[in-house]
Design a protein around this ligand. Sequence first.
Ligand code: AMP
Ligand code: MG
Length: 518
Amino acid sequence: MPVFAERWLGYTVAWSGTVGKQVVVHIPFDNHFARLGEPFFAKAQPMPVTRPTLIKFNVELARELGISADGVGDAELADLFSGNALPAGAEPLAMAYAGHQFGQFVPQLGDGRAIWLGELRTADGARFDVQLKGSGRTAYSRGGDGRAALGPVLREYLVSEAMHKLGVPTTRALAAVATGDVVARERPLPGGVITRVAGSFIRVGTFQYFAVRGDVAAVKKLADYVIARNYPELADAEQPYVSLLAAVIARQARLIAQWMQFGFIHGVMNTDNMSIAGETIDYGPCAFMDAYAHQRVFSSIDHYGRYAYNSQPGIGLWNLIRLAETLLPLFADDTDQAVKIAEQHLETYKDQYEAAWLARMRAKLGLTAGAGSDEEDRALVAALLDIMDANEADFALTFYQLSRLAAQAGARDQDAQVLFAQPAQFDDWLGKWRERLKRESQSDAARQASMQAINPVYIPRNHQIEAAIRAAEDRGDYSVFYELHAVLQKPFVEQAGKERYRLPPEPEEVVSKTFCGT
Ligand code: AMP
Ligand code: MG
């Protein structure tokens, strides 16, 4: 039988089976985006997959969202989260958006392999979008197959959930499913579908889509929707659209400061990958750094280092300028006047970012704002990062070891020293840090506890993610994925027997490039 017929059969069986039995997974949908009308999206249907198997269902998140799935079997969850069956109230669609990709404007992108199922409302009134990724072609797929390989699905699941536990705003992972189908990439790979949940899937590129078409009415409609949905406190502002820009600037400044604090490199900060809700979105070729370098790049497609670690704050501003451009007609009738208004707000980004960055870096080093001037503390942090760069010191491990040092020199100093090829450089810095600590009033124990609450023991390291993917892809073994996921649930807590998860890769384990998996 041709593959298509088999697939179709699988689809109808799963579909009618679920409908016939009544859908027992209840998702409290309350869809507003779907009311905006067709130019904002194209209706879509998930394409059937052959043999969906549930890899992971995020029970904790489901509970938070008010999704009831008690007693529902894995097979049924796999049908649902592969797109073979739809939950009641879903209105599947693909969102339209444009975007600057590596600086080049593309007027039409859109959800080419993602399908928005609906918008849910929790008991306390919070709203979230639910989306399948890898669920087949849509009106925006262009030449693509609309599918995702299993590897990137596992990677996004691990990294986005780790981000959440680190306290960084992010899309969440609700479920991961293996499809039983093969996707054609450089080589044939097993397919997967991830179900993601976001405060919003609207991006800077969504605004660009309508702005480039000169459709000011649509830009306004979109802005009104975003305000009502994500920034309700701005609805009564004197200038709600200006306030919207200001609010997005504030959230992005804080978000990128948080990425920097954990050594996170997004990898593809295109305007279509920047969320209007200030969440980390679209985990493609991202990575948490092991060996520190100011200009570290992982993404296999970032040939010129546009999205290198230290370039991220500047690119954040570049993207926000693109957003401001789309909103100008809503600011004032006179363009010069509108530009002036936008500039006033964009100019605050740098200070907001630097304040957020300094606050977090101070906390990472156990320093409080009152005890040292901004300039001297900024210089102390910069000096540490410079010697980490010169020595390629492991990012997370450096702060982990510092969080365990006393205010006086001691035997533990060695654990930090060994991370630096030139220990004299580190000793010199350590002396300066201890001088600075003399002006802090906390006890060693209290300072160490506060440092350990911000410097994680465990981050999703690339080589460990890779090991989880290899086991799953090559051997159908998900135990490595499950164990890594479990460790990352408590990133700040030392876990007995899990020491190896805090260690950087051995030379032969180093992953120097990450891929989009498109
Ligand atoms: P990304 O690099 O994942 O941010 O995707 C950029 C654009 O390419 C978006 O419009 C995606 O929907 C689209 N895209 C990426 N991979 C695929 C695929 N396999 N099939 C269809 N569209 C895709
Ligand atoms: Mg994207």
